[in-house]
Ligand binder design. Structure first.
Ligand code: BGC
Length: 897
C-alpha cells in the first residue's frame, strides 16, 4: 500500500501558490480490496528533514476518511517559501509509513510588489507595434535559485538571456481584469549567469485592450499595455537580490507590427534586427504606469495555456482556382510554425479557415476576424516564425504568399490549450462513436483557452455562460477541470451584477445588464457539477452567495415568484424545430424553458445548502422548489403528461430536472419516446435539450431510443457530423448540409463544444459512472444496449482510476469495474437476477438490475438470462422498433377509471 499523486491546490509540486490555506490531497494505491482510510497524519515543514524546529504543521493522526482537499491549518505561511509535506495513513487494511515528500512554494501571499507596472515611453496605438521592455543587471555569482514573478496588463512574453521564460502562452491569462490579474511564477535559475544578464518582455494587447468581443469596442479594461515583474535571486550565502520593474528599464519596440487575438499577427524580421542592433543605452527609459490600485494581483492557480501538441500537415492542395492550401487533417486551435528561406523583404502570408467549400478555401465564417499571419523575412538563411499574442481555429491554411517551394516539412501545427490533465477514455464497438468521442475531446481542448469559450476562430471566443454550463459535466469526465472552473467561477462572483443577474459572458466584456435563463444558471450549475466531481466544499462555499443571489434575481422577475415568465432568453439555442434560416431560438415555449431552469437552479441551491449545513436555506429553497414545480405543472403539463410545446426539449427538461409528479413521469416519457420515434430518431433540440435528451430516455425506460438517437447517421445528428468529416463538434446541426452546402448565417462555427455534452451520457449511462461527492461514494450503473457490442472507459478521479466496461457475447453479458481505494460504489448489474450472481454480500433487486455495494478493487461479472438475451438480440439489424409501452398503458387505465 502506498500514497501517490500528492497535490496541493490540485497541482503536483506547484510554485507560486498564493493562498494562505492551501488544500492538500493524496491517493492510496493498494492491491488489496475494500481499502478505506481511517485516519491521516500530515506534516508540513520548511525543509525536507521534517525536524521539530522546522515544522509548520504536524496534525498527528486524525480520524478521518478525507484524503482530498484537506485545508492547511498550521503556522502562518511565509511568502516565497518552499514547504515540504508528507502524509501517512491508517486504513482498515493496514497502515502506510510517511510517503516521499512533495512540496509547494508560496508566492506573494500579501507581500507588496517591490516595483511598479511599467510601460513604454512611446504611446503605441492598439493595432500598432508591440512594446518591448528590457533591463540589464549584473550578478556577482551564479545563484542557487531564482524565481521570476511576472504579469501584465495585456499579454507578455519574457526572455532571460535570449531564453524563453514563458511556459504559459497568452499569459497572464484572462480574468475579470478590473478586479484581479493573475501573475505567473517561473523557475529561471538555469537561465542566469555570473556577470551581465538581460531580461526582456514584449507586450501584446490581448483580451485587455485589443479589438475584441465582437468588435463591440477596444480598450475594454484600459488603453495601456504594462508589465509588472519581480525577479528574486538567491545565493549560496543566504543573500538575495531583487530585480523589479521600474523606470530604470528601457523601452521601445521590436519586429511585431501588430498582434491581435482576432486578426492575427504581422511581424517584420528586418525591424526586429534593427532594434536588436541598437545599443541598450540608446533606448528610452520606461515609464511607471499607475492604474487603479484596487486591482488585485494574484498568483495563477490553474494550469496555464501551453502548446500541448504539434501536428504536421497531411496534404498540399492546389484548388481549382489555383490557390495553395495546407490541410492539417483536423480542426485545431493554435497556429502554424513556419520556416522559409528567402531574400530580405520576402513575405509569408497565411490565412486560416475551418473548411473547404466546393474544393476552395473558405473563411467567411470567421466574420470580421482577419485570422492572418504575415511575416517579412530578413533574408539571413532559414527563418522560423510563430505568432506571439494570437491564436486561430483552423484546419486549412491558405498560402497567400510564401517564398520558395512549399514543402510540408516547413509547416507545423502548434496546438494550444489550457494544460489540463486529460484522463477520460471511452471506446466502443462503433467506430463512428469513437470518432465522435475524440471530436468531443478536441472540441474541449480547442475551447479551453484560459476561459471556457464558445468557439476559438471567429470574432467571438467569449466565455458564454450557456455553453459553459452545458458542457461542464462532460469536461469534468474528460479532464481534471477543478482549478480551471474554479478560476472561472471567481469571475462569476466578480462580474455578477449587484442585483444578482449573471452576465451572458464571463469575464463580462459585453456589459449588457440583461441576464437570461440557462446562461445565467451557469452560476449555479457549474459549482454544483464541480462539487459532484471534486467534492470540494470550499468552492461550493465560496460560490454559495452568488448562487443564492442568482436564484433571488429570478425570483424578483415578473409578478410570480414561481414562474420565470418575463424578459429575453436565448432559449433552446439553434434547435432544429421551429427554426428557419434566421430563427435561432427553437420551438420550445420560452417560459417553459426559463421556469424549468429556474426550478433546476433552486433544487441545486437547496442541495448545496444541505451540503454546507445551511438548514434555514434548505427549508426555504425546498419550499420554493415545490411551489415552482406546482406552477410548472399547472402552467405547462396536461393531466395526460403532455408538456407544452411538445418538443423534444420540453419533455426532456421536464423529465430530467424532476419537474413532473409521479403520475405523469411515465406518460411524459412515453410522449417523448413517441416523438423521437416519429422524428425517426433525429435530434431536433438546440443547446438546452441536447445534453439531457439521451438521459431523459435512458432513465425513463427508453434506453434503446437513446442509443438510436446517438447512432443515427442521418441529418441532423451527432454521427451525421462525423460522416460529414467533422473532427470537432459543430455549432449547428446544419453547419454543412448533406449536399455539402453551407449554412450561410455568419454564425457557423465548426468548433463549438455545446453538442459535445452527449459525452456525459457516454460516461454516465453507457459506462454507468456517476459521480456524487467527488467520487468518494459513487455509482456504477451501466445501461448496455444490443446496438453496441461493447463499451469501455473511465477516468482518473481524485481518489484514483475508475474504469467500467461491458461486452455482449452471444447471449452473455460480461462486465468489469475498477474502484479506487478509499471509495465505495453502489453498483447496478444491468438486468441481472439474484440467481445469476454468486456473491456473499448483500444484494437487492431493482427495476434496472441487481444492486450491491462494492469497495475498492477490480471486479468482473458475467451472466445471462431472458432479459439480457432480449436486450442483446436488439442488435439494430432491423429498423422496426417495437412500440411497446406497458407501464404507461397500465397507468393511463388506472387514471381513467
Ligand atoms: C455564441 C453562442 C452563445 C450565443 C448566445 C453565440 O454567438 O457563439 O455559443 O451561447 O451566442 O446565444
Amino acid at each position: 500500500m502506498k500514497l501517490v499523486n500528492l497535490r496541493c491546490e490540485y497541482q503536483k509540486n506547484p510554485i507560486g501558490i498564493d493562498v494562505k490555506i492551501p488544500r492538500l490531497s493524496w491517493q492510496i494505491e493498494s492491491n488489496k480490496k475494500n481499502v478505506l482510510q481511517k485516519s491521516y497524519h500530515i506534516q508540513c515543514a520548511d525543509d525536507d528533514s521534517f525536524s521539530k524546529q522546522n515544522m509548520l504543521w504536524d496534525t498527528g493522526f486524525i480520524d478521518s476518511k478525507m484524503s482530498n482537499n484537506i485545508i492547511y491549518d498550521g503556522k502562518k505561511l511565509p511568502a516565497f517559501t518552499r514547504v515540504y509535506w508528507r502524509v501517512a495513513v491508517e486504513t482498515n487494511k493496514g497502515n502506510t509509513n510517511f510517503c516521499d515528500a512533495a512540496y509547494f512554494e508560496t508566492g506573494f501571499l500579501n507581500t507588496k510588489w517591490a516595483g511598479s507596472f511599467i510601460t513604454s515611453a512611446k504611446k503605441f496605438n492598439t493595432n500598432g507595434p508591440c512594446p518591448v521592455l528590457k533591463k540589464k543587471f549584473i550578478l556577482d555569482e551564479i545563484p542557487i535559485s531564482a524565481r521570476l514573478y511576472i504579469t501584465a496588463f495585456g499579454l507578455y512574453q519574457a526572455h532571460i538571456n535570449e531564453q524563453s521564460v514563458n511556459q504559459d502562452i497568452l499569459a497572464p491569462g484572462w480574468t475579470s481584469y478590473n478586479n484581479h490579474v493573475m501573475y505567473q511564477t517561473y523557475d529561471v535559475t538555469d537561465m542566469l549567469i555570473k556577470g551581465e544578464n538581460l531580461i526582456t518582455a514584449v507586450l501584446g494587447s490581448g483580451w485587455y485592450k485589443g479589438s475584441f468581443a465582437m468588435r463591440y469596442r477596444m480598450n475594454f479594461y484600459g488603453d495601456t499595455a504594462a508589465l509588472l515583474s519581480q525577479l528574486i535571486v538567491s545565493f549560496r550565502d543566504g543573500r538575495t537580490k531583487i530585480i523589479k520593474t521600474d523606470e530604470s528599464w528601457k523601452s521601445g519596440n521590436g519586429g511585431i507590427l501588430y498582434s491581435e487575438i482576432y486578426d492575427g499577427e504581422s511581424y517584420d524580421a528586418r525591424i526586429e534586427d534593427k532594434h536588436r542592433s541598437e545599443s541598450y543605452e540608446q533606448w528610452e527609459n520606461a515609464v511607471v504606469y499607475n492604474k487603479n490600485k484596487d486591482i488585485k494581483i494574484v498568483g495563477q492557480n490553474t494550469p496555464g495555456v501551453r502548446v500541448i501538441d504539434e501536428i504536421s500537415p497531411v496534404e498540399i492542395i492546389i484548388t481549382p482556382k489555383g490557390d495553395t492550401v495546407l490541410d492539417f487533417g483536423q480542426n485545431m486551435v493554435g497556429w502554424v510554425k513556419v520556416s522559409a528561406s528567402g531574400k530580405s523583404g520576402d513575405e509569408i502570408y497565411l490565412l486560416h479557415g475551418e473548411i473547404m467549400l466546393q474544393d476552395e478555401f473558405y473563411n467567411v465564417n470567421m466574420r470580421t476576424a482577419k485570422t492572418e499571419a504575415k511575416y517579412i523575412l530578413n533574408g539571413k538563411g532559414e527563418e522560423t516564425f510563430e505568432p506571439h499574442f494570437t491564436f486561430f481555429g483552423f484546419r486549412y491554411v491558405k498560402l497567400e504568399k510564401y517564398p520558395g517551394e512549399v514543402l510540408l516539412e516547413n509547416f507545423k501545427g502548434m496546438v494550444i490549450s489550457s494544460n489540463l490533465e486529460y484522463s477520460g477514455e471511452f471506446e466502443c464497438s462503433n467506430d463512428k462513436v469513437n470518432r465522435l468521442f475524440q471530436n468531443i475531446i478536441r472540441g474541449q481542448k480547442g475551447n479551453f483557452v484560459d476561459v471556457p469559450t464558445d468557439c476559438p476562430q471567429r470574432d467571438e471566443r467569449l466565455g458564454w455562460t450557456g455553453d459553459t454550463q452545458v458542457f461542464a459535466a462532460t469536461a469534468c469526465y474528460n479532464s481534471l477541470s477543478a482549478p480551471f472552473y474554479e478560476k472561472w467561477l471567481k469571475d462569476v462572483v466578480y462580474d455578477q451584477f449587484p442585483n444578482g443577474a449573471i452576465p451572458y459572458v464571463i469575464p463580462d466584456i459585453l456589459f449588457d445588464t440583461r441576464a437570461c435563463s440557462a446562461w445565467g444558471d451557469a452560476g449555479v450549475i457549474v459549482p454544483s457539477v464541480h462539487y459532484k466531481f471534486y467534492g470540494d466544499k470550499s468552492v461550493l462555499k465560496r460560490q454559495y452567495d452568488s448562487m443564492r443571489k442568482w436564484v433571488e434575481y429570478i425570483r424578483a422577475q415578473g409578478e410570480s415568484e414561481t414562474l420565470w415568465d418575463t424578459g429575453f432568453h436565448f432559449n433552446d439555442w439553434l434547435a432544429q424545430d421551429g427554426y428557419g434560416q434566421s430563427k435561432t431560438h427553437g420551438a420550445t415555449p420560452v417560459h417553459l424553458v426559463s421556469t424549468a431552469f429556474y426550478y433546476n437552479s433552486v433544487s441545486l441551491l437547496k442541495d448545496a445548502a444541505a451540503i454546507l449545513d445551511y438548514a434555514k436555506d434548505v427549508k426555504e429553497y425546498s419550499m420554493l422548489a415545490d411551489l415552482i414545480k406546482k406552477s410548472f405543472n399547472e402552467e405547462f403539463v396536461t393531466p395526460n403528461g403532455r408538456v407544452s410545446g411538445e418538443t423534444q426539449t420540453a419533455y426532456t427538461l421536464a423529465l430530467h430536472f424532476g419537474l413532473l409528479y409521479d403520475t405523469s413521469i411515465f406518460k411524459a416519457a412515453y410522449h417523448l419516446a413517441e416523438l423521437v420515434r416519429r422524428e425517426k430518431h433525429h435530434i431536433t433540440t438546440g443547446f438546452l435539450g441536447a445534453p439531457y435528451i439521451a438521459h431523459a430516455l435512458s432513465d425513463n425506460g427508453y434506453n434503446e431510443d437513446a442509443y438510436r438517437l446517438l447512432l443515427n447517421e442521418e441529418f441532423p445528428g451527432w454521427l451525421y457530423q462525423v460522416n460529414m468529416g467533422a473532427t470537432t463538434i459543430w455549432e449547428r446541426w446544419d453547419g454543412l448540409m448533406p449536399d455539402n452546402s453551407i449554412n450561410l448565417g455568419g454564425m457557423n462555427s465548426f468548433n463549438h463544444y455545446a453538442y459535445g455534452a452527449i459525452g456525459q451520457w457516454l460516461y454516465q449511462t453507457v459506462l454507468g459512472i456517476i459521480p456524487n461527492n467527488g467520487f468518494q461514494e459513487f455509482i456504477i450503473a451501466p445501461k448496455p444496449c444490443g446496438l453496441l457490442k461493447n463499451a469501455q472507459g473511465g477516468l482518473d478521479t481524485l481518489y484514483g482510476r475508475i474504469d467500467s466496461s461491458w461486452e455482449l457475447r452471444d447471449d452473455i453479458i460480461e462486465l468489469e469495474f475498477t474502484i479506487p481505494c478509499n471509495t465505495t460504489a453502489d453498483v447496478c448489474l444491468p438486468l441481472a437476477h439474484r440467481e445469476d450472481i454468486q456473491y456473499d454480500g448483500e444484494m437487492t433487486v431493482s427495476k434496472d438490475g441487481l444492486l450491491m455495494k462494492l469497495g475498492s478493487g477490480k471486479y468482473s461479472f458475467s451472466y445471462s438470462n431472458e432479459d439480457t438475451k432480449r436486450m442483446i438480440e436488439r442488435d439494430g439489424s432491423s429498423d422496426d422498433v417495437k412500440m411497446d409501452f406497458p407501464v404507461w398503458e397500465e397507468t393511463i387505465d388506472e387514471d381513467q377509471k
